[in-house]
Ligand binder design. Sequence first.
Ligand code: PLP
Length: 355
Amino acid sequence: MTRVPLRPALTDLPPYVPGARVPVGAAAFKLSSNENPYPPLPSVVLAISDAAEDVNRYPDMYATELTEAIAASLGVTPENVVAGCGSVAVLGHVLTAVCQPDDEVVLPWRSFEAYPIAVTLAGAQGVRVPVGADGRLDLEAMSAAITPRTKAVLVCTPNNPTGPAVRADELDAFLAAVPKDVLVVLDEAYVEFVRDPQAADGLALFARHSNVVLLRTFSKAFGLAGLRVGYAVARPRLASGIRAASTPFGVSHIGQLAALASLRATPELMTRVEAIVAERSRLLAGLRAQGWTVPDSEANFVWLPLEDQATAFADRCARGGVLVRPFQGDGVRVSVGEPEATDLLLEVAAEWLAR
Ligand SMILES: *Cc1c(COP(=O)(O)O)cnc(C)c1O
């Protein structure tokens, strides 16, 4: 039978495995996708319902008001900001803007599971550099992996799923070593949760290095995962390239207005982030007191390096009423959620060690 051939690269593409969802009618805490456990603020719900009245029209293609508000909040210009349908989509546009077939993209591994997919779909080859046993990116090995074919390097800080953030001194040395024509993508999806004073400051690096692009999102700290709004911060020439590679009308009108309302409610939302950070400390301390080895986390999740026991542990958690995200062979990522969910997770974790 003659069939339409698919791109060979798709055959080897690892699937994106979504975090387990709570089955309809069941009671469980969803700690499997690094979502914000808090529902949207009333002011955000109002913006969403108001925006619903205009959905017969296409959205503002350039998300003008949102782009201006983001730029003002970061101290950059609107020319520097490119919004898209979640930062995962924006990453795809960034790579499409710079990669051609056979180009290479250096990425840490294990890291965000969307990376190998985005790289392959952009037509490039991913070059994976192992993350250390302490869950930290090995930036020296990453810069050593750069070849004349390298077009971009992905730096996930804090690293999903292991947790640590890249330190300022490490990133300074790395950026000094990377050729100026290689794009460095700093994925700062969890930047609002970072408390380590030594962590790298992406915005300051963006100001100093013309090859640095930041990726940020409204999905995590701002609690809008369901509406798909993320953005890149880039120099104007790169930003226009990313815009040129973007899906037209990629951010819905509802998403634009919800993100705008969330930015306006930043102080209230950051109070929630502070509570999640405190809950993270309680979860980390509880696990370590039980005897678990857990890397430091600067994000809204913690990492249990359970290797081949990952799936078994996740199944045990599910029976205990908490859904977590296993990466069989590597470990289990547990998102920080409601305090009751922390209590349940700590119970299951203690039982696991005592089994
Ligand atoms: C969650 C996450 C994102 C954000 O994805 P959106 O598409 O904006 O929801 C980006 N990068 C990393 C590393 C993440 O974990």
